[in-house]
Design a binder for this molecule. Structure first.
Ligand code: F6R
Length: 281
């Protein structure tokens, strides 16, 4: 996968040093590059008459990526007719019509504005006692479609990916997870004072996420800098679930300069990017 400041293009397998981090001046630039990478993959798959399977995230981080994809659909004719999506997570027992549900989030920020067939958009759903079955079904559905081509991730300030909180098994599959106080507090901003805020969710597991062919993680803002440093430069540990991405063959960590600010080898990543542009493009 060749995300860089200059060229993007169809995803290609490329092995980088430990973990490939690309640092952009600001979040707008970072989001545009990611949207372009996603669009290129969709188009590449269209030319091959194949479906493009995207793993999607909610939260603040991917919103500008979705806005750019919507713009590309409206202004450049990017079609999503061959796209199948699997979202990372949803609150446990939350009605899909609830304005705080991730179903609602995805409709508002992406699905309602593009030509995707809504039947091809999957978001985990769990009610009452059927949670084991719903998790198994979600895993089977992903497998039956042939797996995820490209997984988009955000990062929790505690290092979580999806809702895989610290100490999650690094090989976990889709399951119900109790959220940490830290995550509940961080997400309180999405809920009005009187609204019920769930503290349990259903999430793809870390093993499920790691099965994706390509992964792009987006980290934006100073509040992510510690988690980003732990993920990129720390030991692989379930205490920072995102650190498992160091073991993925085709992952890019896309950061703005604030999120990258605690990286010890910041200058080295900028240098390797320059070398990449000089010799590989
Ligand atoms: C959302 C998700 C979470 C978020 C993370 C960062 O589907 O899986 O892991 O990506 O909590 O959230 P934001 O982007 O709001 O900072």
């Amino acid at each position: 996968m060749n995300i860089s400041h200059k060229s993007t293009g169809a995803l290609e397998k490329t092995r980088f040093e430990k973990i490939h981090s690309v640092i952009f001046k600001d979040s707008k630039e970072a989001s545009k590059i990611i949207a372009k990478e996603i669009a290129d993959l969709i188009i590449k798959k269209q030319k091959q008459n194949k479906n493009c399977v995207l793993g999607l995230a909610t939260g603040s981080s991917p919103i500008s990526v979705y806005q750019e994809l919507v713009r590309m659909h409206k202004e450049e004719g990017l079609s999503f007719k061959n796209v199948i999506t699997f979202n990372l997570d949803e609150y446990y027992s939350m009605d899909k019509n609830d304005i705080n549900s991730y179903h609602h989030f995805m409709g508002t920020h992406l699905f309602n504005h593009i030509d995707i067939d809504k039947k091809n958009t999957y978001i985990p759903e769990c009610f009452n006692n059927d949670y084991e079955l719903c998790c198994e079904n979600y895993e089977s559905k992903i497998k039956s479609i042939g797996g995820v081509d490209l997984q988009l991730l955000g990062l929790g300030t505690n290092g979580h990916i999806g809702f895989n909180e610290p100490t999650s098994s690094l090989s976990s599959r889709t399951r119900v997870k109790t959220l940490t106080e830290n995550t509940v507090a961080n997400n309180a901003r999405f809920f009005d004072d009187k609204e019920f805020q769930p503290s349990i969710a259903v999430t793809m597991g870390i093993g499920t996420i790691m099965d994706a062919d390509n992964i792009i993680l987006i980290g934006l803002g100073k509040h992510k800098s510690k988690a980003v440093a732990d993920l990129v430069e720390g030991p692989i540990s379930s205490f920072c679930p995102g650190s498992v991405l160091q073991n993925h063959q085709n992952v890019v960590i896309v950061l703005d300069s604030l999120a990258a600010s605690e990286l010890k080898l910041y200058d080295y990543y900028i240098h390797t990017e320059k070398m990449y542009l000089k010799f590989m493009c």
